[in-house]
Write a protein that binds this ligand. Structure first.
Ligand code: 8YV
Length: 329
């Protein structure tokens, strides 16, 4: 008698070869048209499933989980898992996994790309050129801020923050950081001699401030009007972390009033919708949440998410289990 395979919801469009690999272990339900499911559709599609591979757009909370039974694993293709209520997952016996590490260097590269573009006004200058406005050169033409020899501030000094810091050596930058806890001396040394400072010192001294901390309700609007007012008027702010860490309305005011010089933003409150007033500002560089978007890294993230669900179905420990307490239930 042929035993039926466990069912897996692949909630986002997926590389065909990955689907072929998954089909050796699971009966698959796909979403190759890549629609974003509503919560009720997600609940419906998860009925009778062993698990799901998803992205940050899937909210896995108490409400959703209470409508399900038998789901064993939710595996996100992301390092950030603020879309998961881990406590609720554990209560419902659901393993939650993410895809860390493999995106550190790519995301750090992109933080630098945004920082450089913002400091040197790259997109603003390109828009000017494309609009046919370039008629002459002048000494103060698109003058920006130097990166080399300046002070790089990093808020959130995890694996991505440390990868960002390491890159500062080629630019002869001083690196200061603030984090929940100070790094070991060895890690600070490896992160281009990064120096731990309090949050206020970070805000006051950084010429370029990069946000690289995970989102949680405790850090909601941790950068708001008060914090922006403490930054240098010549400073830039770069967010490659998560929407909600910055109070976007306050940032728009600060950019308008010249409280800071510019911002490079890959993430927004309520994305993919975002505050429309950003579009009217010249001193922002805006990208649609693409910091980890290279072919190689996206493949590596997907492979990690796949490994987690395959481990689970084999009765092995998923390598990126976020809530090991669930095993005791
Ligand atoms: C993801 C990210 O690609 O890993 C993260 O936390 O923000 C991105 O790398 C995105 O969240 C889709 O899940």
């Amino acid at each position: 008698m042929k035993t039926s395979m466990p069912k897996l919801l692949v909630a986002r469009a997926m590389f065909p070869d990955v689907l072929a690999q998954l089909s050796n272990f699971f009966e698959l339900e796909l979403n190759q048209e890549d629609r974003i499911f509503s919560q009720s559709e997600l609940a419906e599609r998860l009925q009778g499933k062993f698990g799901m591979i998803c992205t940050s757009s899937a909210k896995v909370d108490q409400d959703l989980l209470s409508k399900l039974s038998g789901v064993k694993i939710i595996s996100t293709i992301a390092v950030g898992y603020d879309n998961f209520d881990l406590h609720a997952c554990t209560q419902h016996g659901v393993m939650a996994t993410n895809s860390p590490d493999v995106l550190n260097e790519t995301t750090a590269d992109f933080a630098w790309a945004l920082m450089m573009a913002t400091a040197r006004r790259v997109t603003e200058a390109e828009h000017f050129l494309r609009a046919g406005l370039w008629t002459k050169w002048s000494v103060d033409f698109f003058v920006g801020a130097d990166l080399h020899g300046s002070c790089l501030g990093i808020l959130g000094m995890g694996r991505i923050g440390q990868a960002i810091a390491r890159r500062a050596s080629g630019f002869g930058m001083e690196v200061i950081y603030h984090n929940r806890s100070q790094l070991s001396e060895e890690k600070e040394l490896a992160a281009h001699h990064a120096r731990y400072v309090d949050k206020q010192t970070l805000l006051r001294h950084a010429d370029h401030l990069i946000l690289a901390l995970p989102y949680s309700p405790e850090v909601h609007h941790i950068i708001g009007a008060i914090e922006l007012a403490q930054m240098k008027p010549s400073a830039t702010l770069i967010n490659i972390a998560r929407g909600g860490i910055v109070d976007d309305a306050a940032l728009i005011q600060a950019l308008r009033n010249g409280q800071i010089a510019g911002a490079g933003l890959d993430v927004f409150e309520n994305e993919p919708r975002f505050h429309a007033d950003f579009l009217g500002l010249k001193n922002v560089v805006l990208t649609p949440h693409i910091a980890s978007a290279t072919e190689r890294t996206r493949r590596a993230m997907v492979n990690r998410a796949v490994k987690n669900v395959i481990s689970a179905v084999r009765g092995e420990l998923p390598p990126d289990l976020l809530n090991p307490e669930v095993l005791e239930i």
